[in-house]
Design a binder for this molecule. Structure first.
Ligand code: 5GP
Ligand code: ZN
Length: 118
């Protein structure tokens, strides 16, 4: 696995185990853990192990990492039996609430989800 951890990045530190997290899934390319401030009964963050700052900064060669996070989200939703309705969310930029600049997909489910999101 090609790593490119960035010093000072919270999620790079979580992936490396330097900051504790409640892991729910891990494979060669992704790491998934419980959000510290859950907004739904299921609120998992799925991150590529390679540091990508966000969707804005993602390049064509990052497509597999970005897409694969969603495939992992679908797998976790299936396992958790929330397939009646869940949401994958990528907040892009501070105006949309992005607060950690290591790309992450939110998996939210287990309750009725409103539309449009706030
Ligand atoms: P964003 O707002 O960037 O889309 O999402 C960042 C998410 O990371 C937030 O939902 C926030 O609760 C979560 N978060 C921030 N710091 C930590 C942490 O140290 N551990 C965990 N597990 N989640 C965190
Ligand atoms: Zn990072």
């Amino acid at each position: 696995m090609m790593s490119n951890f960035e010093a000072g990045c919270l999620f790079c530190r979580i992936i490396q185990g330097q900051v504790p997290s409640k892991k729910v899934y891990e494979d060669e390319h992704t790491y998934a853990f419980q959000d510290i401030n859950p907004q739904a009964p299921t609120h998992v963050l799925i991150v590529p192990k390679r540091h990508i700052r966000g969707l804005k900064e993602a390049r064509p060669e990052d497509a597999v990492d970005v897409g694969y996070c969603h495939i992992v989200a679908a797998k976790l939703a299936r396992q958790r039996e929330i397939e009646g309705g869940y949401r994958t969310v990528l907040n892009v930029g501070p105006g949309a609430g992005q607060s950690v600049f290591h790309l992450h997909v939110h998996l939210l489910g287990g309750r009725q989800l409103g539309w449009p999101p706030g």
